[in-house]
Design a protein around this ligand. Sequence first.
Ligand SMILES: [Zn+2]
Length: 552
Amino acid sequence: MNPNDKKFFGTNFRLTQVQLIFLVAAFLVIFDNFTYFGKLLATYPPEGKNLFYLATAPVLMWVVYSAAMLLVSSRWTTKPFAIVLLIVSSLVAYFTDTYQVVVSRGMIQNVLETNIAEASGLLSPKLLAYLFFLGILPSLFVWKVPIRYRSFWGELRSKLLAFLGLLLLTAALAWSAGGFYASLFREHRPLRNYTNPYYWMRNTIGYVKRAVRRNAEHIERQPIGIGTRAHRAPGEKPRLVILVVGEATRADHFGLNGYRRQTTPLLAKEPGVIDLPHLSSCATYTAKSVPCMFSRYGRSEFSRRKELGTENLMDLLHHTGDIDLLWRENNSDPKGVMDRLGYQNFMSPENNPDCEGGECRDMGMLAGLERFVDANTSRDKLIVLHMMGNHGPEYYKRYPKSFEKYTPVCRSNLLEQCSREEIVNAYDNVTRYGDFFLAHVIDFLKKQENRYQVALIYMADHGESLGENGLYLHGIPYSLAPEAQTHPAAFLWLGKNFEDLNVSRLRALADRDYSHDNLFSTILGIYDVNSTLYDPTLDILAPARPKSPKKP
Ligand SMILES: [Zn+2]
């Protein structure tokens, strides 16, 4: 039988490929994005001009999805691809609408590497309803509906025409609502995490690319720390350390280091603070510095290949089984460090109560932190807080208005359009807000001193250029980078329970040239982990420990 004679429930109804793609794209936009459009309405209240802009948002999404499906369409791919999109997106829509989760790369990894038995605990009638009505039913339609295929040139012509139409529509949207989309994409970037299926597809592709690269390079991840334990003398309180990973905070603009402005007034009043003024970073950009800080390898040895091929400090601490770990993220993501352990996202209002206008403050990362500390109070704990910190170029957005002490400030994301003074003012205001946050971290730790030995380690991931020699931001190759980019701010703060440490000796040594290389062994030293990777010469606290065994 000629496929063109197939009946659709006894009728002669049939579609062209382009029509089918347009239909599926429209279905995905309308039924799988309730959460996204809800958040869009919450961000841009539906009044005045917003009414028009909001109305264009589903149109733009439809244009993008249609174009993407057209690109990979053919007699053999259009239907299978549409069915996969419909089924997976129906499940994603359920989890997003029900739990406000976004399908991050870590979650994809969890799904792919977790066995199905664990996943069956998530089954619910609502899930099955989503799967049936938004996934299976439309998929049946796609599968069954006869397609009127034309000759190769006929199909090509109709697809090119479809593209042209979508392009014209895009131009019309850019012309009529360009400013709205510029604001949406730049200032409310986290919202795109709720777009379905864009976000899960993007992260799935990212995950596959990583896995392929790992395979291509024959990299298997070597575990580290299997069989190690964290040791604690009898009667000693468990340890609670907060490691704050800062962002782009340069040492020479940090008030503690004698900068002409007191940008750290609260830390300056804390007697327990031990400043580390000469710390050098592992790299000049986040994606390398952060994994390097947690790597067993120092800067001279660290490489992308080693990063992928070896577990990191957090994995090692996890393997001891003695330390509860928590990573709270307000920067971007943990840059692969928590791929195996997971983290809490504080970049949107679901977790972070301190968000305004799309900007979530670092202070919000302290919300509900007591719950983690109150559980299992007999166990050691490590909390990592990854700050938004001095993330540029829009420094003026990184602090609440009340922290705008130095004025005028640069209010453009095109730094070269601002004067040096305006840029530095905005940047220094952010550092003062960071001081406020770090002082609150210390206050939080002080409240735990009756139950824990508490300490704070603060290290920014790299520095920042503020227009010196025409350089802005960071990321210059290390060998060429100015000190402004390679010398981030850093300090320690020790609670009074670390009493067997010789703090005056520590202060005397604080002037040394430390680097991110010191972090790994310093943390292992604090928890007294019996790892062969522990190097006492890199442990910042080692010279301050008593030579004799710890007192009982
Ligand atoms: Zn960074």
